[in-house]
Design a protein around this ligand. Structure first.
Ligand SMILES: *Cc1c(COP(=O)(O)O)cnc(C)c1O
Length: 347
């Protein structure tokens, strides 16, 4: 027997969304990737970086990328840390704040990867459910765990918590309040201002979804310099390679391209939601680049299979609380028209 730590031996490990071997054969709406390619300026910046310079280590602090993010979000550079996907910074937040046997918590349902990361650390996990009107159920006046993760907009449902409520939470969380703003660019609402006003608030962002760069693994956190300094101690010192750093600067600097892609996705989402409501689907109003929808017979697995047979991949969760529905990422208008046609056929 290899001498594994007990919690590693015990844990199941996270299962990411299905990535088919031949993605081009599918309309792929299962992992909330962006429907559009990255900005042409990003591709140019990556190509320009490919060359003999690759024998040199990248800038350990990702300075240029942090400066681009700092300009965009209106913070000093010392308030930003870049990450190899926001998953990396979520992991490092747990490592920084939660010892073995400390507790972290998150909203159920949201991003279950927080639980996997906590298990690796040996931390305990608590979840808080939702009421029918999308409020936190039974959240205490003072939550005394080490971190509370709030995914806003919520995934997989797509609703948002109000900024007033998030500010109230900042006061009710004794430890750190981490707002996972993976989908905030599609919502147009952000808790970044709370980072300035509450020392326990951290906002995480990613370039995977709204900037079409899931394949580059680029995320970041905005937090007080003391928090950033701690995260800097923990991360791999060269966590972003040269191509990723060049891509981050170019992507964050091309706001015009970014805004247009986000605008198209939101317009398609609203059109798609209306079409499905006409087909008597229940559609939760979404602020993300995905919608959670429930067919009239509440049989998500049936519609999933019908779509899969037509080479359309969406996300079906086996979790009994979610199995009645589907999470469908918003593709191009053309892809969503084909999806609607397929769903009409499936009935
Ligand atoms: C996609 C996603 C992430 C991970 O983003 P990466 O930057 O690609 O690691 C984190 N949180 C939520 C809620 C997500 O949906």
């Amino acid at each position: 027997m290899i001498p594994l730590r007990k919690n590693i031996a015990r844990m199941a490990g996270y299962v990411p969304g299905y990535q088919p071997e031949d993605p081009a054969a599918y309309i792929k709406l299962n992992t909330n990737e962006n429907a559009y390619p990255p900005s042409p300026k990003v591709l140019e910046a990556i190509v320009a970086e490919v060359g003999e310079g690759l024998r040199r280590y990248p800038d350990a602090s990702s300075r240029a990328a942090r400066e681009a993010a700092a300009r965009l979000y209106g913070f000093p550079t010392e308030w930003i840390v870049m990450a190899n996907g926001s998953d990396e910074v979520l992991n490092n937040l747990i490592r920084a704040f939660a010892d073995a046997d400390d507790e972290i918590a998150y909203v159920y349902p949201s991003y279950s990867y927080y639980a996997t990361l906590a298990e690796i650390q040996g931390a305990r996990v608590r979840t808080y459910g939702l009421t029918d009107d999308w409020k936190l159920a039974d959240f205490p006046d003072c939550y005394d765990g080490k971190i509370f993760f709030l995914t806003n907009p919520n995934a997989p449902y797509g609703f948002t918590f109000t900024q007033e409520f998030i500010e109230e939470l900042a006061g009710r969380v004794a430890g750190m309040l981490v707002i996972d703003e993976t989908y905030a660019d599609f919502a147009g609402d952000t808790a970044l201002d709370l980072v300035r006003r509450y020392e326990n608030v951290v906002v995480t962002r990613t370039l995977s979804k709204s900037y079409s760069l899931a394949g580059m693994r680029l995320g970041l956190a905005v937090a007080r310099p003391e928090v950033i300094a701690a995260l800097d101690k923990i991360r791999d010192h060269y966590n972003l390679d040269r191509l990723a750093q060049a891509a981050a600067v170019a992507a964050l600097s091309d706001q015009e391209y970014f805004r247009e892609a986000v605008r198209k996705i939101c317009a398609t989402r609203d059109w798609f939601s209306a079409e499905l409501r006409n087909m008597r689907y229940a559609v939760i109003p979404s602020s993300g680049n995905y919608v959670f929808v429930t067919p009239p017979d509440r049989n998500g697995a049936r519609v999933y299979q019908g779509l899969f047979d037509r080479k359309i991949l969406v996300r079906h969760f086996s979790d009994p609380n979610l199995a009645h529905g589907l999470r469908i990422s918003i593709g191009t208008r053309e892809e969503m028209e084909k999806t609607i046609a397929a769903m009409r056929e499936i009935g």
